[in-house]
Design a binder for this molecule. Structure first.
Ligand code: ATP
Ligand code: ZN
Length: 724
């Protein structure tokens, strides 16, 4: 009997899969990891097909080394998902698989998915201990919370009560709970009428594919709506997948979900997790043992046998698109998955992407609206502050300073938003014009006074601060412009009694630093916050009533056609942090263009009007969603090499591009030509719609693989690029 053939996707930058022979093979081996000889070494890949015949003569095939049969095989719908991803984003399947699979599964290590996260409840002894207790202690706090909120998962308890949990287990004060209903909710507020209506319309989608756009103003309580839908799904025996932009920015949501469904098994997945935890969560979800999967873009690849609902929170967020390796959009793949599995998908945002907005306008998505805030009576008052005629004090207008002053007097919080880390964006010499450029990038090095370094925010190159100008020796070199550190300094000088707190990536390098900052703000231990985009999303601080925005104009006339859309979203989101509790909010945006439609629409909270204006412009200019784009990017040691290769690539495309209705533009150097010592160029492909683009790219990429690049050159395709 001739040996069986297995087709394996391997993590190598080549477009094809590889055939091997295997002694014995069962249909169940499809979707299993496998070790195979490759080149002079070995590699781990995934069995993606069991073909009847090989592409090469069988005698030339090598036998597999081992098939990993301890871990469960990936299911067929998962294989279809990664195959679609590879095809759509024009990326080798083996690399897509390697990205989508947690490392331990990928290496074909045995993975125990069984590590339980048991439900713990108060025992009779615990109840007694609680009654007898006299002194306040950590153990007591734990027992009290179990008494008040009911049973909870061990992990969640550990997060809040630390070692007290093991202690209480040992003493028998808490015990694994009886099988509780995972759909049972704890501490849910009564829905507003609007929320109730939204839940009702959205639940109509259960059991079939239907994309919904949940368009809800900031603070309207979208999360509450998701949670009710999730409850219905779990009650029906299904699993829910909730995608969030950045888990580091949403510990609140994680806690909220787990706290709301104490008996449900919640798995949270993101790339910052330890390998073991990520593999475990993945296997738990795959075996149907998780009820809710909450995670960042990568979790769109979690196998979910009982999938009943997908939620994409803040669907407009740029972090759903991966910017390296496999350049996929988790939002778009989530929609594909919902269709594949015939389940509803809810895309939620106060500022939807124009793509999704357009889809709702044209009826492809169903729009469900939350027009008012859940708690606060009103949306904040927003106004542009004209800075053309005002003398600014260290970049701050009198209006803005007075607004901060008023908040201080009332004991409320202000946030000054400046999307620029560091002390100053550049150090420069007034006599010869020297500026602190990064030696490896087309970018300036940012001055960080906190640790006295110059740092490139693109390649992370660092240098000390020179005492004198390296070119002319002048000792009077100066920081130019303003970053968050400098703003923090200015505000502390101006308001000496206020507690000024900076919240940016430098202040919150780790998850625990970030949690500590959030707690400080939540407890009202800060009066003035200086924050970057980290502060823009999703947070809910009841005492925060004023938001001042600096330096917004710089994105107004940026070259990228999506820049104004992003600016509008960002300003609306950051403004949405103000006045979410009982206190009314106010937002000021310093600008030289107070009459610009963007600021005018912002002041009226009129997303719809702004979206209509932008979509009109896009239609005229044939930008997405009225066209589909791809970029072919090349990097090399010098830009000329990259441009030459792109020209050759273009020449390959020209003879048949027209047949697809596709335009292939001339290659150009990228705006930031140098990045981390490499020089970059790109070429834009524009098609009337996605199917035409796909058909063209499949044909073209075959030729691209055949075009032998010079050794120093790397290339990739970026389908639906975020920036053009
Ligand atoms: N029905 C309700 N009753 C009482 N409080 C509610 C209700 N719904 C939501 N809230 C509260 O309102 C606040 C805002 O809700 P949530 O964070 O879900 O808003 P959101 O729509 O996600 O806002 P954003 O888009 O700005 O993040 C939260 O503090 C939430 O607990
Ligand atoms: Zn650099």
């Amino acid at each position: 009997m001739s040996p069986a053939i297995v087709r394996v996707a391997l993590p190598v930058p080549l477009p094809q899969c590889f055939d091997y022979t295997a002694e014995s093979i069962a249909p169940g081996d499809l979707g299993r990891c496998v070790r195979v000889p490759f080149g002079r070494g070995e590699k781990t890949g995934l069995i993606v097909a069991l073909p009847d015949a090989a592409e090469l003569p069988v005698e030339r095939l090598k036998p597999v080394i081992a098939i990993q049969r301890e871990a469960p095989a990936l299911p067929a719908d998962w294989l279809a998902l990664v195959e679609f991803t590879a095809r759509y984003y024009q990326h080798p399947l083996g690399e897509v698989v390697a990205m989508a699979l947690p490392p331990r599964l990928r290496r074909a290590d045995a993975v125990a998915g069984a590590e339980a996260d048991p439900l713990l409840e108060l025992s009779a002894a615990g109840r007694q201990a609680l009654a007898d207790s006299k002194r306040e202690s950590r153990a007591l706090a734990l027992l009290r919370s179990l008494d008040a909120d009911g049973p909870s998962r061990r992990q969640l308890l550990r997060d809040h009560h630390g070692p007290a949990v093991s202690d209480a287990l040992k003493r028998g004060w808490i015990t694994p709970g009886s099988a509780a209903d995972p759909a049972q909710m704890a501490g849910a507020p009564t829905l507003t009428d609007e929320q109730q209506a939204a839940v009702a319309s959205l639940s109509e989608g259960f059991g079939c594919f239907q994309p919904f756009l949940l368009f809800g103003v900031t603070g309207s309580g979208k999360t509450e709506v998701y949670l009710r839908l999730v409850q219905q799904v779990i009650a029906g025996g299904g699993q829910a997948l909730i995608l969030v932009p950045e888990i580091a920015l949403t510990p609140q949501l994680e806690g909220r979900v787990a706290g709301r469904f104490p008996a449900a098994r919640v798995v949270s997945l993101h790339s910052a997790l330890a390998e073991g935890a990520r593999s475990q969560g993945f296997v738990q979800a795959m075996e149907g043992r998780a009820d809710i999967v909450l995670g960042t873009r990568l979790s769109v690849f979690t196998p979910l046998p009982r999938l009943g609902l997908i939620v994409v929170d803040e669907e407009h967020d740029a972090s759903y698109k991966q910017h390296e390796g496999v350049r996929y959009s988790a939002r778009d793949l989530a929609i594909w998955r919902a269709r594949q599995r015939s389940v509803p998908i809810v895309l939620g945002s106060a500022t939807p992407s124009l793509e999704s907005w357009h889809a709702a306008e044209t009826g492809r998505y169903k729009r469900v609206e939350l027009a008012s805030r859940a708690v606060a009576a009103t949306l904040p008052k927003v106004r542009p502050v004209d800075v053309r005629r005002e003398k600014l004090q260290h970049g701050l207008s009198e209006h803005l300073l007075r607004a901060v002053e008023v908040r201080l007097q009332k004991g409320e919080q202000s946030l000054i938003f400046l999307n620029r880390r560091g002390y100053a964006p550049v150090l420069s010499c007034p006599s010869c014009g020297w500026v602190s450029r990064c030696p490896h990038c087309t970018a300036n090095m940012v001055l960080h006074l906190a640790d006295r370094r110059l740092r490139c925010h693109h390649c992370s190159f660092e240098a000390g601060i020179p005492l004198a100008c390296p070119d002319c020796g002048d000792q009077d070199i100066q920081p130019f412009g303003r970053g968050t550190q400098r703003l923090e300094e200015t505000l502390a000088e101006r308001f000496p009694t206020a507690r000024v707190l900076r919240v940016d990536r430098d202040a919150a390098r780790t998850r625990s630093q970030w949690d500590a900052l959030l707690e400080q703000i939540g407890n009202g231990e800060a009066d003035i916050l200086v924050g970057t985009q980290m502060m823009a999303k999703g947070h809910d601080f009841p005492k925060l009533t004023f938001v001042g925005v600096l330096n917004a104009d710089s994105s107004l006339f940026a070259a990228d056609f999506r820049a104004p859309e992003r600016l509008f979203q960002q300003l609306m989101q950051v403004g949405g942090r103000a006045g979410r509790g009982q206190l009314p909010g106010e937002v000021m945006v310093q600008t030289q263009y107070p009459d610009h439609p963007l600021y005018q629409c912002l002041a009226r909270h009129d997303f719809q009007r702004y979206a209509a204006l932008q979509l009109d412009e896009r239609k005229q200019a044939r930008f997405p969603p009225f066209a589909a784009n791809a970029l072919l990017c090349a990097t090399a040691d010098e830009v000329g090499t990259a441009l030459d290769w792109l020209k050759a690539a273009r020449a390959e495309a020209l003879p048949y591009a027209q047949a697809f209705g596709v335009m292939v533009f001339d290659p150009v150097p990228m705006r930031m030509v140098r990045l981390a010592r490499r020089e970059r160029a790109q070429l834009l492909v524009e098609a009337p719609a996605r199917p035409a683009l796909q058909a063209f790219l499949s044909a073209w990429s075959e030729r691209l693989w055949a075009l032998k690049p010079p050794r120093v050159l790397r290339w990739h395709l970026d389908v639906d690029p975020a920036e053009v």
